[in-house]
Design a protein around this ligand. Structure first.
Ligand code: PNS
Length: 165
């Protein structure tokens, strides 16, 4: 069985992330979306909230082939544990490509069996990022084109609570 891993901070999961997950799921028997920590980032949503938002964004049918989990260790350790054939990551720009190439090289140093598949994003999703969602959402702007409809209320609620603190 070919298992592919889609790791990320997903703070929060965007329509761009969902598109990558859906396309990647067609390339393997099982796709595992793993919510992780990035030491360079301080997430707005807890790891459990992020995991929950991803599940809410996918249909019951999709969840038969796409597993969602959290992982607080090294990416290569989960990769080995799940016996993955590749990691999948979406790229929107040349700078994304550079970052992903470096991440893949570093991970391959840790595990020579590591491989990565980079999927170019859809052109209408090239400007969507979790960072932009947080910036627009914090100031009460319209995030409906950026975030799956299924989670928009939960995401908006988080921004409202954040503004009251
Ligand atoms: O969505 P992001 O923030 O670009 O995802 C980056 C992520 C979470 C995939 C990366 O930071 C990661 O793999 N974190 C787990 C710890 C790890 O293995 N780091 C890479 C060592 S080279």
């Amino acid at each position: 069985m070919k298992v592919m891993l889609f790791p990320g901070t997903f703070d929060p999961f965007t329509r761009g992330h969902r598109d990558i997950a859906r396309r990647a799921a067609k390339l393997c028997d099982e796709l595992v979306v793993a919510v992780m920590e990035n030491s360079a980032k301080t997430p707005l949503f807890t790891i459990e909230e992020r995991e929950d938002l991803i599940r809410k964004s996918l249909s019951g049918e999709e969840l038969k082939h796409i597993k969602v989990m959290k992982w607080e260790g090294l990416l290569v350790d989960l990769y080995a544990q799940l016996n993955c054939c590749a990691v999948v990551r979406g790229i929107r720009s040349e700078s994304d490509f550079r970052y992903e190439a470096e991440l893949a090289l570093a991970n391959r140093l840790l595990n020579p069996g590591y491989d990565a598949v980079l999927l170019p994003c859809r052109d209408d999703m090239s400007l969507i990022s979790s960072t932009i969602v947080k910036e627009v959402g914090f100031y009460g702007g319209d995030i409906s084109k950026m975030v799956p409809a299924e989670i928009i209320d939960v995401v908006k609620d988080k921004f409202k609570k954040g503004r009251k603190q």
